[in-house]
Ligand binder design. Sequence first.
Ligand code: TYM
Length: 334
Amino acid sequence: MSNDKKLLYSGMQATGTLTLGNYLGALKNWVTLNEEYECLYGVMDLHSLTVRQVPADFRKNARSLYALYVAAGLDPEKNCIYYQSHVSGHAELSWILSCFTYMGELNRMTQFKDKAAKHADNINAGLYTYPVLMAADILLYQADLVPVGADQKQHLEITRDIAQRFNSIYGDVFTIPEPYIPKAGAKIMSLQEPEKKMSKSDENANATIKLLDDRDTIIRKFKRAVTDSDTVVRYAEEKPGISNLMDIYSCVTGKSNDEIEKEFAGKGYGDFKLAVGEAVADELAPLQKRYEELMADKAYLDAMIKMNDEKAQYLANKTLRKVQKKVGLTERIR
Ligand code: TYM
């Protein structure tokens, strides 16, 4: 990471299969912003531990996530794509930052409240301090920009607050990161309950498009998408189903809402849903093909993981040593 490009950092939890929401809200934008920035992308496996995982499935999911990043178009020789748990600095910085985070701040996190309600039998401390680990991820690499979906906005705000608090005590230690939340695609909604975010963990399979769904499945799910009793393709608050489909179509075709409304003027919802399904299937086809190739090439993926883990570890250590020194921890004798 030697040039003067600004630094972009992001990541996803290593659970389940990515959804179209993950793709349009984040991954697709990572690829678009990729050339302009020096980029690091984490497979956020430590974050996934806040929910119980089946170890063997979890390992497979993490590797699959790594391959999906690459299949989407992120070159692991140009971008540092690595496993969070392979860089010890995340957990170490997280501890230090937790001593600079107030419980009042964590109490306000809506994602904690949602997840606690969903996993009432396992409201563990990790779920509560999750935003501190996320702040550590970002601040460890001195990130300038963090592209995420709208649901991560609050976590970015607390990251900035923690960094500013730390800097106000110890001087300019951390870069204050800016969120990058796309206009269209920041919040892709469920195809079955368009008032609800599209989520990996939805029990209704028709609600979610998975990145590895085949073409027929994708088209079938869009055909079944819940809309309204009107027939006009128009973007409006009172038409959340159609507006969501328009957002999706706009993200994959680059067309504006005006253009989409014109394209489907006089046509019914059936035509529109089919067009969205086909456009999404076309968009995902090359990614799926590349994914299969990558998953079959064990040696290549292993080599990329090893190389990038080392790169990330090196960068993380630079910040970590600085922070340890600032707070007055005794330096190691070398
Ligand atoms: P995660 O794994 O839940 O989601 C990964 C990314 O996908 C976005 N996203 C969506 N965007 C639009 N519509 C949706 N329906 C949708 N669902 C998910 C999320 O906003 C996110 O950008 N805490 C993070 C992972 C993380 C992280 C980080 C991100 C850990 N450390 C540091 C950035 C920087 C999370 O749980 O994302």
